[in-house]
Design a protein around this ligand. Structure first.
Ligand code: ZN
Ligand code: ZN
Length: 326
């Protein structure tokens, strides 16, 4: 099947790129104005590369015409092909500053990243033989992306270079580097993985920026960034995966409600006595917790954070492990 770019709105096209991941295909958006901008590129696979080329050809764009690439965030399903597209097109890459070390596959950052998760996972009560999961992250990065560069940094509310109608919104939570793009005249949001119709985004835990001591409370941050969007007038969200969202307020409110449902489930689990985050993750996600540990531990710890902020849960440390109790 030949991939096609689909026109979504004036000057906005979508190319659906296959990924080898559970999430399914990823949407690359092409902003075709005086200059051509790509929003995300897809993972580093031959299939993704071919699909991207076919999709661009179907809307009569040559790779060489791409002037800039904007990354919604640093996950490999969105940015793995970056270096290949850069080499052929000569395009500049624009992204949030926190995407940079991931995109560069910076060695000292990756070591710091591993160290952070080793500490977090031991505190969470992850058994020693399960810590191998930490190495998997680097392998994933190395398999589905290659070292690349970011040429320009984007910050909240700035106008996107070469695209005077589009504004940058910093929408962290799913990832610390997450940006969305907003066009006020027709109230369009290119939302990356911030708002997705058919799946609720995970607020992945990441190491703190600049080596500061405390990790960002990613679920709290994610909920706040969702509320920021709920307060905005948005006709359509063009998401990183799946179909556009046309009822963003309703969707956001149901996502926020689900968080409370999960905090209630956690409190019920803690009613029978203290538990570690790893034990809670195993009880909350019995079929997923081992295979998808970064995801399920992020979810669990994120919801514990909500309960801690509200003083509904307390914590004790013993031998470097955190035990939560009501
Ligand atoms: Zn993502
Ligand atoms: Zn994604």
């Amino acid at each position: 099947m030949t991939a096609r770019g689909v026109r979504m709105a004036p000057g906005v096209y979508c190319i659906e790129i296959p990924t080898p991941f559970h999430v399914g295909s990823v949407n690359v958006y092409v902003l075709k104005e005086e200059h051509v901008t790509l929003v995300d590129v897809g993972p580093l696979t031959e299939e993704a590369w071919e699909t991207l080329q076919e999709g661009l050809a179907s809307i009569e764009i040559r790779m060489e015409e791409i002037k800039q690439i904007i990354l919604t965030h640093h996950h490999v399903d969105h940015c793995g092909l970056l270096e290949r597209v850069r080499r052929v097109s000569g395009a500049r890459t624009l992204a949030h500053p926190l995407a940079r070390p991931y995109v560069q596959l910076d060695e000292s950052f990756m070591a710091y990243h591993d160290e952070f998760f080793t500490h977090l996972y031991s505190q969470s009560g992850v058994p020693a033989d399960k810590m191998i999961i930490i190495e998997k992250f680097q392998k994933l990065m190395q398999t589905f992306s290659q070292p690349s560069q970011i040429d320009g940094l984007l910050k909240h509310e700035q106008i996107v270079p070469l695209l005077p109608e589009w504004q940058v919104l910093y929408t962290p939570g799913h990832s610390q580097s997450h940006l969305s793009l907003y066009r006020e005249k027709d109230r369009l949001l290119i939302g990356g993985d911030h708002i997705i119709k058919h799946i609720s985004s995970n607020a992945f835990i990441e190491p703190p920026r600049d080596g500061s001591r405390s990790r960002p409370l990613t679920l709290v941050q994610y909920r706040t960034a969702l509320q920021m969007c709920a307060d905005m007038e948005i006709n359509q969200v063009f998401a990183g995966h799946g179909e556009p969202v046309t009822n963003h307020r309703e969707l956001i409110s149901s996502r926020l409600q689900k968080n409370w449902d999960r905090t209630n489930a956690l409190r019920q689990l803690l009613a029978s006595g203290e538990k570690t985050a790893y034990e809670l993750a195993a009880l909350l996600f019995p079929t997923l917790y081992e295979k998808e540990m970064p995801l399920t531990l992020s979810e669990t710890i994120g919801h514990i954070d909500l309960l801690m902020i509200l003083h509904q849960v307390d914590v004790k440390e013993r031998d470097g492990v955190l035990y939560y109790h009501l």
